[in-house]
Ligand binder design. Structure first.
Ligand SMILES: Cc1ncc(COP(=O)(O)O)c(C=O)c1O
Length: 450
């Protein structure tokens, strides 16, 4: 797609997730009954407190350029908020840069830290934009396959084995597209490794509040200062506060990097949307909004439980990552026979009007991802039937009949003796489709996380 364009764009591909959503919208506009499980956003409205703050800001004339790095109100609110999420640790508002969505924060961070000759490790499956953003910085993204026995997470051993000379690492937890959550011990081990190797870590924690365990998901900010010297933390209001369209994201970085990122965006977007920054400040700074967040996360959790239960009940043997955070559901389709995620999704949208994202978008086309936690109950039909039942109903029709009524082919299930041994050693008795999320992997040692 980049023929005749600048070499800056030589690796550019359009976002597969956005492409799926666009296709779903196109079909809807043409009158088709489409259920879009491809989009990465909550299906709730923005809570009234930030929405009203945004409207007030416009009426009060906050409609001109703001400071490049963002207005003090929102940087202070973000610093306090991040501090509270991590047990009151100090967070310096001066080290926070506000951008037009955390996607821009990620771009700023990569463009500031990496360049030609740099290699950036990205545990895979990974969110579609990471490799693209690294390419745009003229650095080289290297995908590190996550371990299927650890919810497709990567350990220090995986990173070390695959990439001894990396300059950077982009880590997403809770993870899009798997919903896996790195434990505190895993984050600490990765931070220690990165410090020892002088690797910059970009920690994408945009889904931190959407966590199905106790409290917010573990964070790099739970670590001591000496482990954060080469860490840029990314967050934003899009997912937690249902504010994807307001376009406000944050980067928290060491002073020198924060200043450089602000200078960079002074030449690209000048700064973040001014009135939206007031809306974000209200979202982060008003306790009443936290109740809205708890309600939304509670609802995501209910939907997640439905999807997980139905997969276990109706599709035994189909592997999936047991999601502990975010709002995605990642399951494996190649156990149904010779089918790729792309074929699966193409057939599903054509025959059933259900839009999912093929795993190819995230680096592994044996899998498929769906935004099950947010979109599942949008349709009453799906509410009653359950996501997997909806799938299996359609799968029973030709040409999915080749899947033998959605029963996996046992010879294609990945049960190997190593896996069995580990399960027995760990006292872990889950069936094949329950990929454990709550264990911690430190090198070769395995232990249960608290
Ligand atoms: C992992 C991850 N990081 C960052 C973003 C960007 O979010 P935004 O630019 O809306 O803040 C997304 C959006 O889908 C995401 O899934």
């Amino acid at each position: 797609m980049t023929e005749g364009l600048s070499p800056n764009l030589q690796h550019l591909e359009t976002s597969a997730t956005i492409a799926i959503s666009a296709e779903a919208k196109r079909r809807k506009a043409a009158g088709e009954d489409v259920i879009d499980l491809g989009a990465g956003e909550p299906d709730f409205p923005t809570p009234p407190i930030p929405a009203d703050a945004g409207i007030r800001a416009i009426k009060d004339g906050k409609t001109h350029y703001s400071a490049n790095e963002g207005i003090l109100e929102v940087r202070a609110a973000a610093a306090t908020h991040l501090s509270l999420l991590s047990g009151g640790r100090p967070v310096n508002a001066d080290h926070i840069v506000v951008s037009n969505g955390s996607k821009q924060s990620l771009f700023n961070a990569c463009f500031t830290l990496f360049g030609p000759g740099d290699v950036v490790a990205i545990p895979s499956p990974a969110w579609v934009s990471y490799p693209q953003i690294v390419h745009l910085a003229r650095a080289r993204p290297v995908m590190i396959a996550g371990d299927p026995e650890w919810s497709l997470k990567a350990s220090v051993k995986d990173l070390e084995r695959m990439l001894p000379g990396a300059s950077g690492l982009i880590l997403c937890s809770p993870c899009n597209p798997t919903g896996a959550v790195y434990t505190h011990a895993e984050i600490r081990a990765i931070a220690q490794w990165a410090k020892a190797k002088k690797v910059w870590v970009i920690a994408d924690e945009i889904y931190r509040r959407i966590h199905y365990g106790t409290g917010p998901a573990p964070s790099f900010l739970d670590l001591p200062d000496d482990l954060l010297e080469q860490v840029v933390l990314i967050t934003g209001v899009s997912k937690t506060y249902a504010m994807t369209g307001w376009r406000i994201g944050f980067a928290l970085a060491p002073a020198k990097i924060a200043n450089a990122m602000a200078a960079l965006q002074s030449h690209t977007t000048t700064g973040a949307n001014h009135p939206a920054q007031f809306a974000a400040a209200a979202a982060l700074g008003d306790e009443r909004v936290e109740q809205d967040v708890n309600r939304m996360v509670g609802e995501f959790r209910k939907r997640r439980d439905i999807v997980v239960a139905r997969f276990r009940q109706d599709l035994p043997g189909v592997e999936f990552v047991d999601p502990l955070g975010a709002f995605y559901f990642f399951f494996r389709v190649d156990s149904f026979g010779k089918i790729t995620g792309t074929d699966f999704c193409t057939r599903l949208i054509t025959q059933s009007g259900v839009a999912l994202v093929p795993g190819a978008a995230f680096g592994d086309d044996r899998w498929v991802s769906g935004n099950a936690e947010t979109r599942l109950t949008r349709s009453m039909e799906l509410r009653q039937e359950g996501f997997p039942l909806c799938l299996s109903a359609h799968v029973r029709e030709a040409p999915f009949s080749s899947f033998r009524a959605f029963r996996p082919d046992p010879s294609r299930l990945r049960v190997d003796s190593r896996q069995h041994r580990r399960r027995i050693c760990d006292g872990y008795h889950a069936s094949i489709h329950q990929i454990p999320s709550n264990r911690t992997r430190l090198g070769d040692r395995t232990c249960y996380s608290p």
